[in-house]
Design a protein around this ligand. Structure first.
Ligand code: CA
Length: 226
């Protein structure tokens, strides 16, 4: 089910947005200040975020900037007030995908939500080439290069990377990797995942002892950062 996170402090606005999104068939999570919004953007794993600019505790612009710094690429539509023209520009600069100006038509907002969801779904489903750091991957041909030189990766390693990259910025647990990459073909143990990740780091990280792309999340799993 598609999940929308609404980060907004005005009760009437929250109510209107929530009703409309639910009517569209979306699951809705709500945060009423910037800090809570930041937490829910990670914890709830929404498919899209509607983010008010003027928020208590932490501004919408700071929320957006922080999410992007953490590698979270969830589409963000900013809700700006007409009097805050500069917020639009800054919003896009800090990584928002779009904005609507209050008061906006809910119909127009929902049309934009649908458009961004479609675009995001396409990107996730069709990763063919992906470049990070010094590494270029081609998931169609199963070829990889590092600093322009051919890099040997096993099919399993490609699948691990594909899964991590699809979920880049998010925490991926070892169980998730076992289910998605290994499936139920055998009964691998979680150490298998760690061993594969260690080998993968040797191949793709500039300094495997200090990983920059496949980050360990203590006791939970891993997070991929471009
Ligand atoms: Ca507000």
């Amino acid at each position: 089910m598609t999940k929308v996170l609404i980060i907004e402090d005005e009760p009437n606005m929250v109510l209107g947005l929530k009703d409309s999104c639910e009517y569209e068939g979306y699951e809705v999570a709500v945060a009423r200040n910037g800090k809570e919004g930041l937490e829910k953007a990670s914890a709830e794993k929404p498919d899209i975020i509607l983010l008010d600019v003027m928020l208590p505790v932490m501004s919408g612009l700071d929320v957006c900037r922080t999410l992007r710094t953490r590698g979270i690429e969830t589409p963000i539509i900013m809700l700006t007030a007409r009097s805050q023209e500069t917020d639009k520009v800054v919003g896009l600069e800090v990584g928002a995908d779009d904005y609507v100006t209050k008061p906006f038509s809910i119909k127009e907002l929902l049309a934009r939500v649908r458009a961004h969801l479609r675009r995001a779904a396409k990107q996730v489903g069709e990763i063919e080439n992906f470049t990070f750091g010094e590494v270029e991957l081609n998931f169609k041909k199963y070829t990889a290069r590092k600093r322009g030189e051919p890099l040997e990766l096993s099919a399993r390693e490609f699948e691990i990377l594909r899964y991590l990259i699809r979920h880049r910025g998010e925490i991926v647990t070892r169980d998730q990797l076992l289910d998605e990459v290994w499936g139920y073909e055998s009964s691998p143990i979680t150490r298998t995942v760690d061993n594969h990740i260690a080998r993968l780091r040797q191949k793709i990280e500039p300094d495997p002892s200090q990983p920059r792309h496949i980050i360990t999340v203590h006791r939970i799993g891993y997070r991929f950062i471009e």
